[in-house]
Design a protein around this ligand. Structure first.
Ligand code: GLY
Length: 328
């Protein structure tokens, strides 16, 4: 029996033949012809206008990367960007002058890993994946996470750039500590990816609040707060004032709202309403959420105008301004 005949006969018996890791050939039963599969749509979205990071994730997805690998590839762009004072190398230090990073990842199987208060390692989202894959644990802190990094070939780097050190010295003159997250600017990068299989995973990484208390950890590495994925439903990520996001377990809440039938946009809005209704001080901080569901629909919502998400879809990377609780 030649190959074509086999495909046709198999198909008539209700069998689709795998032609590769991601694509399936089918038979049009009316015409008995082989229908070549369409390349499935991949999607990457991230917080703020991190267009290079999002494009890197989108291209990785198109090349066949898993959703998790693509998300880690994407956020790594910002972790290495020394002009970004809120993520990775170049991040603002704590009030003692030490740059400490937080990150987490979550994959389509529901596995996750996180690191908190890590010094000297730039790519902490990749390190969170090492925690997930290579240890029995979900979260490692400080020196333990750093030692794990060296055991897995990560380089020791000075994360405090000259510019960040200069800004820190200027801050020391008053040492005025106000935990205000930028309203128009960015902080954390949270990224959600859907790969060629339709699987969803994400990563979230930050240097946290500028001049934070020594040991302070925000929402970004907390599974359910900064990031949550349920591959049957969708995923969500957060940015902004970590303390407020943690109190409402924001990303988990969004995924649960989508499970109950809300669209990603509706789920982000309802979850934000929890923060808004329980705070008298919402003028003082920003929070923003992004979300994607299993059908590839996306949404975002923030407290103050100025937040946007990047979205890579159909080969195009687009900045999408987000709806906000306040209108000006
Ligand atoms: N969302 C980042 C932080 O609060 O640390």
């Amino acid at each position: 029996m030649n190959r074509r005949r086999f495909i046709l006969q198999s198909s008539k018996a209700g069998v689709a033949l795998s032609l590769g890791a991601t694509l399936m050939a089918c038979i049009d039963q009316n015409t008995d012809t082989v229908v070549q599969p369409k390349k499935s749509k991949v999607i990457a979205l991230c917080t703020w206008g991190f267009s290079e990071a999002n494009a890197a994730a989108g291209k990785a997805l198109e090349s066949g990367s898993t959703a998790l690998e693509a998300a880690i590839t994407g956020v790594a762009v910002e972790e290495a960007n020394i002009k970004n004072s809120t993520v990775g190398k170049g991040g603002a230090p704590d009030r003692e002058g030490n740059v400490t990073l937080d990150a987490c990842v979550m994959d389509a199987n529901g596995d996750c890993g996180a690191v908190v208060c890590v010094q000297n390692i730039t790519h902490v989202a990749a390190l969170a994946k090492v925690v997930m894959k290579e240890t029995e644990h979900v979260m490692l802190a400080g020196e333990g996470a750093e030692e794990l990094a060296y055991r897995h070939g990560f380089q020791k780097e000075n994360l405090l750039t000259e510019k960040a050190a200069e800004d820190y010295r200027a801050w020391l003159k008053t040492s005025k500590y106000e935990p205000i997250i930028n309203i128009e600017n960015h902080d954390t990068i949270g990224m959600l990816c859907m790969d060629q299989h339709g699987d969803i995973a994400g990563a979230c990484t930050t240097s946290g609040l500028s001049y934070k208390m020594k040991g302070r950890v925000g929402d970004s590495p907390i599974i359910g707060a900064g990031l949550f994925i349920d591959n049957e439903v969708g995923g969500a990520a957060a940015t902004g004032m970590g303390e407020e996001i943690m109190k409402q377990v924001g990303s988990f809440l969004i995924v649960e709202l989508m499970r109950q039938g809300k669209s990603p946009q509706e789920a982000c809005e309802v979850a934000m309403q929890r923060i808004v209704s329980k705070n008298k001080d919402i003028n003082k901080f920003q929070v923003a959420y992004i979300a994607i569901n299993k059908a590839g629909a996306t949404g975002s919502y923030c407290i103050h105008p100025g937040f946007s998400r990047m979205e890579y879809r159909n080969g195009k990377n687009t900045r999408i301004p987000s709806a906000a609780h306040f209108t000006n």
